[in-house]
Structure formats: C-alpha cells, structure tokens
Design a binder for this molecule. Structure first.
Ligand code: NAP
Length: 370
C-alpha cells in the first residue's frame, strides 16, 4: 500500500511535527507534507494550541498546487470545530486526491470521523504509515485521550550505588552540568514539572526551564522569549510550602495540590486544587486524573525517594529516566525509591531499557513500563 516515496514523505512530516515539541501542549505535535508528482509543494506543522493545524499551513504553502495532490499527515485530520475549523474540510476544499495518515486520532471527538469524511468526499485515505514513530510524538496526548490519565516520566539522579540524597537530605549535585542541562530539555517538553513539599523545603528548587541554557541549535530555531514555561505542580498535603520558596518568584504558573486548601496562604497567583488523602499523602491517581482534566497530558516528576516509591508502587510511572553518576554515596544515603515488603521476584516493578547514553560524566538510562 505504501511506496518508498510515501515513507520518505511521512518521515519528513514526522520531522516537521517535532518542531512543535516545546510549544504545542496541550495539543498534539502534528506535521504535514503536500506533494505533486515527485515534488513537495507545501509543508507545515502545528506550532501552538489555538493556532492553525499542520494541514492548514501546508495547504496555504501549496496554494493552487494542492489540487490533485497527496497530503501526508502524522495524525488523522480533525473533523470537528475546536478552536480552528475541521482540517478534513480544508483538504476536501483544496481538492487533494489522496491523504496518507500515520495514525487514527485517539481524540473521541475525531476517532475515525476525519478519515470517513475524506472518504465520503471521494478521497483515497491510507492509514498506518510509520504509526509507531507518529505515536512517539505524542505519548501524553494519546494516553489522556485513551485513559484520562497523563503520561508520567519519573526522573531520578542517582549514584552508582543507587542513592538519591545523603542521609541529611543533601543532593545538589549528584550529576554534572551536562546531565542537568539534559533535564532542562525534558522539562521543556512536558506540560508540567511535578515535585513535592519535601523537595521544595529541602532544596528550594526552581523547577523552571532556563531557555538561555539550551543548546544553540534549539535557541536558533525559536524565539526563546515566546516559549512557554511548563506548569510547576507541587504536592503539599498539609500546605507546608511558604511563599518565600524560590519557585514562586520565577516566571510561569504554579499549581499546588493539597488536602487542606483552607490552610494555603500563597496569594491569588497560585492555583490550588484539592485532592483527598490516601495513605501518608495524597491520592496520587486522583491527583494525576485532576491534572489531566486541566489539560496537562505529560508530567515530568522530580522528587525524592518517597514520592518515587509511591508512584512506582501504585504503577503510575510510564517511563523512568535515571541519570547515574560515577559516585558512591554509601549505605546511609537515601534510596532510589522507598517501598518494600516484596517477597517474590514477580512483584518487582520491571522496565524495558529503551535507551542508554553517556551525558558528560554520567549515564542516562531510559526505561519504559513493561
Ligand atoms: N536525586 C534526585 O533526582 C532528587 C530529585 C528531587 C529531590 N531529591 C531529594 O529528595 C529529598 C526529598 O526526598 P523525600 O523522599 O524526603 O521526599 P519527596 O519524595 O520529594 O516527597 C515526599 C513528600 O511528598 C508528599 N506526598 C504527597 N502525597 C504523597 C504520596 N501519595 N506518596 C508520597 N509522598 C507524597 C508528602 O509530603 P506532604 O505530606 O507534605 O504532602 C511526602 O512527604 C530531598 O532532599 C531532595 O534533595 C532528589
């Protein structure tokens, strides 16, 4: 069904979609290429929620040449009126002859209706080209649409002996500057950076994105002044965090999740959401669901061993990202994740290793839930 040319054009559309990784949240990253014969006549990608979709930019660039053309899109063209009109209608109006899409849109408002609309208009539609690569563009969007829960990446910086802080709580810095710069890139791609009252009290972290520290090629591609800050989410069951914490003095939104909203005194700029207690803290499933309902599809967690253990124990981590430093912190230093009581290897949380690389003097391991 698909030729090498089709594959090359969809690869190009996927590359275009990646240009939106720092800007489109909560919308998905989408790219589009329009071809006439062997020539690309239009290209586009979705840049920001509320702005035109990839197909519209590509159709504008193609102009009259869209007539009879093939459109390659990384996600099924939308069929509903959101903040912009349906892209399926725009492709029909432009009189394209064929649409190739990498995947069906998991958004229940679309879910095959865009494809049907195109087919009903007599346009050939072929679906599934480079689907795994297209899915990898939007893990958060896809997970929320299918389950109502966000995609959770848990980051931990650990020593060679798997320790994440000294016994007295000090952990700055286990890893080197290159690993910490790499963390900035992950933060920037997430809808929210999530941490805890304990880490705020211990470390007074900023948890923001320092765009000016980004690699120069990224800085060249974007006007960094226009880039968004991910929302910083702090779990604070009993409202212990005080307004003098550094994170409140920096650009970007902060959202506090607490069981005791009446005890929060952080001023009107900090949004507060209430979640019930569970065990020694907050109900984490309810917390994640509440964040997804606020349009936060993809969460980057930076916290200590206690929250890491709770998230792992509750099976709420999709991806584990461990930066491991060639240092030894000793047996009294804090663990990677606090949980226990396991008695059989079948109970051990296990991951598939998806990537290993050296970053400066540290190793980065990426692992996905099995
Ligand atoms: N190595 C790293 O990558 C890294 C990253 C960040 C921090 N750290 C270090 O980690 C240390 C803090 O670690 P920590 O283990 O003491 O604390 P933590 O894991 O950062 O936070 C634990 C706190 O989160 C809150 N929480 C709310 N709901 C929870 C739930 N369901 N399960 C677990 N926690 C919940 C609780 O505080 P409330 O009851 O107040 O809500 C709890 O005490 C700091 O010293 C910091 O330096 C290391």
């Amino acid at each position: 069904m698909f030729s090498q040319f089709d594959t090359d054009m969809m690869s190009r559309a996927i590359d275009l979609a990646k240009r939106g990784v720092y800007t489109t949240a909560p919308n998905p990253n989408v790219g589009c290429v329009i071809t006439q014969g062997d020539d690309i006549v239009g290209e586009g990608f979705h840049f920001r929620a509320g702005e035109p979709h990839a197909e519209v930019f590509a159709l504008r660039a193609a102009g009259e040449k869209a007539n009879g053309a093939i459109a390659y899109v990384t996600l099924e063209p939308c069929s509903h009126f959101g903040r912009t009109p349906p892209c399926a209608d725009a492709l029909i109006a432009a009189n394209v002859s064929r649409v190739v899409c990498a995947m069906v849109d998991p958004n229940p408002n679309v879910a095959g209706r865009g494809i049907q609309r195109l087919r009903d208009a007599g346009i050939q539609v072929d679906v599934g080209l480079l689907q795994p690569q297209a899915e990898a563009l939007n893990p958060g969007f896809i997970k929320v649409m299918k389950t109502g829960m966000p995609y959770v990446q848990l980051k931990l910086a650990a020593s060679l002996d798997g320790r994440t802080a000294l016994a007295n709580g000090k952990s700055q810095w286990i890893t080197g500057p290159e690993a910490r710069a790499d963390v900035q890139v992950f933060r920037a791609k997430a809808g929210a950076v999530l941490s805890t009252s304990q880490t705020v009290l211990d470390d007074n972290p900023s948890l923001n994105v320092r765009w000016e520290q980004f690699p120069l090629d990224v800085q060249a591609d974007y006007d960094i002044k226009t880039l968004r800050q991910p929302i910083r989410v702090i779990l604070d069951t009993d409202a212990k965090v005080k307004i003098d914490a550094q994170l409140f003095s920096l650009d970007g939104e902060v959202l506090l999740v607490t069981a005791t909203p009446q005890a929060v005194s952080l001023g009107d700029d900090v949004e507060v959401i209430q979640v019930n207690r569970q065990g020694n803290g907050l109900d984490l499933s309810a917390t994640l669901r509440a964040l997804a309902s606020k349009g936060i599809n993809h969460i980057w967690v930076e916290a200590g061993a206690t929250l890491a253990g709770s998230l792992l124990n509750a099976d709420l981590v999709d991806e584990l990202i461990v930066y491991q430093a060639p240092k030894l912190m000793g047996q009294d230093a804090r663990a990677l994740a606090n949980f226990g009581g396991l008695t059989a290897m079948e109970q051990v949380p296990s991951f598939d290793l998806t990537d290993v690389c050296q970053i400066g003097n540290d190793v980065r391991l990426r692992m996905k839930k099995q």
